[in-house]
Design a protein. Structure first.
Length: 72
């Protein structure tokens, strides 16, 4: 359950940063941390729902794509 709370707290932080118009690199760092939190949550669930696993995989792909764009 702590994993779920971490994900929710991270989403709240990201939302607050977006409202404050935070710099993209700050938001990206939070999104990376969100992905780690979500992966941890999926690992501790006895049987994570397939859509949740797919969402984590899609987030990872989008994050990698965005990271390459920012670095280039």
């Amino acid at each position: 359950m702590n994993e779920a709370r971490r994900v929710i707290a991270r989403l709240d932080r990201i939302d607050a940063l977006e409202r404050a118009q935070a710099l993209p690199d700050i938001l990206l760092a939070e999104v990376r941390a969100l992905l780690r939190d979500a992966e941890e949550w999926a690992r501790v669930e006895p049987e994570p729902p397939h859509p949740a696993l797919q969402a984590v995989a899609r987030c990872r792909q989008m994050l990698e794509s965005t990271s390459r764009t920012l670095v280039a």
